[in-house]
Ligand binder design. Structure first.
Ligand code: PLP
Length: 508
């Protein structure tokens, strides 16, 4: 039998692979028909002038994958049933009309029998609540100078180091690391590294057992909602507050109790008063004490202690979202609530979204010992566990000191940008802009005096290539006019000055 096979000995594709590809193509295109006998390895090797080992290896691959079959003693044949057909579902002849009878084996539903069911009835309460409510509004198109998103400075990310650790782990993967791990809580070495990190940087002393690795703070918030909230439960939340938490709580059916924030953070005396006025227990209170979102104020130590004492007395869980506490520019950091907690009232949430990158999707929960089991089970039900490779890379990144070095370096970079933004706003706007929350984090809140509405400011900014969002969505009760969050972390110094001068032209 003469087969037309052309192999290219100068190609970088090995001959064995070229031969395999040629056979596969000829079989799938029908050039070689099913059941057809193909040359023996000796014959083919001789006619192509290549080694018999190469031909044998290609045949073995084709046999293994089911393109060829061999009959002992009589040779090798093209399979009668090709593997690709087994993978492709067969076409089904749908009846041409709903009530038509043309489809042979169909139990067609007549129009009269069909019940109209509203989508909302077909969804769960949770699904319907997500479907019905007004949702977060983000601009479709990102601007060149984007203040709206709280992203870190990617240019300064130590990508080379990260990739080195990454490829080391990818190369030396043990087969056991491909399996389901026995625990949902996350990679133990990472939890050990996190426990040491939290102890030295946040004064949070916890055992690795209390840590549950999750896919960013948002999954932590989602798990908190599932584990602690039933429909119509009362959840206290900062006003203004973080949309990611507000929406997750609402979707779970919570009734939100907005508690105002002033220059010392959450007004704990208002929380206490409202809790007395309400016949219903408050199920949880969600706070961002290190850098309140979006005002940026820091919850003072007396208020922290007052909040903890109240939570202990009333048996309320405090959810502490510590999303960007690594970046503090003035004074000694106030210990995290979880570090001051003596009664097991605080559920602490941390994330690597700001300190490293949001796409990593690694965050963690630190829960009091009595909640470890329930949160581990909730995580297991949600997604079994977070991906292992990234956790291994992050473990080494922390253990080898890269995280601490990166934070120190970034703190200096962000501090420069922060000073620039404060100085430029001062020069351009003077008394017509008040800046809040500049002690920490990678954003500042600015209250502008302007004759324009917030929507007009946003539209005009967008038309000039600046993405800027007012904080009105973050308020549950009365939004503050002229208040905007400027996320400067991801912008270069030049971009910051350009954006602010355009903003001044628009506003003044
Ligand atoms: C208050 C708050 N918590 C958490 C996050 C980070 O969320 P994640 O870890 O899911 O990326 C953000 C991001 O902007 C935030 O503002």
């Amino acid at each position: 039998m003469n087969l037309l096979i052309n192999l290219d000995s100068s190609s970088t594709v090995p001959l064995q692979r070229q031969l395999y590809d040629t056979f596969r193509r000829m079989i799938l295109s029908g050039e070689l028909s099913r059941g057809q006998k193909i040359p023996s390895t000796r014959e083919l090797a001789k006619s192509l002038g290549i080694s018999r080992t190469t031909v044998t290896a290609s045949y073995e691959d084709l046999l293994g994958e089911g393109y060829l079959e061999s009959a002992t003693g009589s040779g090798t044949y093209v399979s009668r049933q090709l593997p690709d057909e087994l993978l492709r579902p067969s076409e089904v002849d749908l009846p041409s009309q709903v009530d038509g009878g043309s489809g042979p084996s169909y139990q067609a539903v007549s129009k009269a029998e069909k019940t109209e069911v509203q989508l909302s009835e077909r969804l769960s309460w949770y699904g319907a609540s997500l479907e019905e409510r007004e949702w977060l509004k983000f601009s479709e198109q990102e601007s060149q100078l984007e203040f709206s998103f709280g992203r870190p400075d990617f240019d300064a990310f130590p990508m080379r180091v990260w990739m080195q650790i990454h490829s080391l782990h990818a190369r030396k993967r043990a087969l056991s690391s491909l399996d389901y791990p026995s625990r949902a809580q996350g990679h133990l070495p990472l939890r050990e590294a996190l426990s040491a990190y939290l102890s030295r940087s946040r004064a949070v002393h916890c055992s690795p057992e209390q840590i549950i690795v999750v896919n960013g703070s948002q999954q932590a918030i989602d798990l908190v909602c599932r584990v602690l909230i039933d429909r119509d439960d009362l959840a206290a939340i900062e006003e203004p507050g973080y949309l990611g938490a507000q929406r997750a709580l609402i979707a779970q059916g919570a009734n939100l109790l907005p508690i105002p924030v002033d220059h010392q953070g959450l007004r704990v005396e208002v929380l206490k008063r409202k809790s007395l006025e309400n016949s219903q227990r408050i199920q949880l209170v969600y706070v961002t004490p290190s850098h309140q979102f979006p005002t940026g104020v820091v919850l003072s130590l007396p208020r922290r202690l007052e909040l903890l004492a109240w939570a202990d007395r009333t048996g309320t869980f405090i959810i502490e979202d510590d999303y960007d506490s690594e970046y503090r520019y003035k004074g000694r950091p106030v210990p995290a609530l979880a570090g001051l907690d003596k009664s097991g009232s605080v559920i602490y949430i941390g994330t690597f979204s700001k300190v490293l990158m949001p796409a990593l999707r690694i965050g963690y929960l630190v829960v009091p010992p009595q909640l470890v089991r329930v949160f581990s089970r909730a995580k297991w039900l949600a997604d079994r566990h977070s991906p292992l490779l990234e956790q291994q890379v992050l473990t080494d990144f922390i253990r080898q000191g890269h995280l601490d070095r990166h934070v120190r370096r970034m703190r200096a970079i962000y501090d420069r940008k922060r000073k620039l933004i404060l100085r430029t706003i001062g020069e351009l706007f003077g008394a017509r802009a008040q800046v809040l929350g500049d002690n920490a984090g990678i954003n500042v809140l600015v209250r502008f005096t302007s004759t324009l509405t917030d929507e007009e400011v946003e539209q005009r900014c967008r038309a000039r290539g600046i993405g800027l969002s007012s904080t009105r969505q973050e308020y549950l009760v009365t939004p503050m006019q002229g208040e905007f969050l400027l996320n400067y972390g991801g912008l270069s110094e030049e971009q910051i000055t350009n954006a602010l001068s355009i903003l001044a032209e628009i506003m003044l």
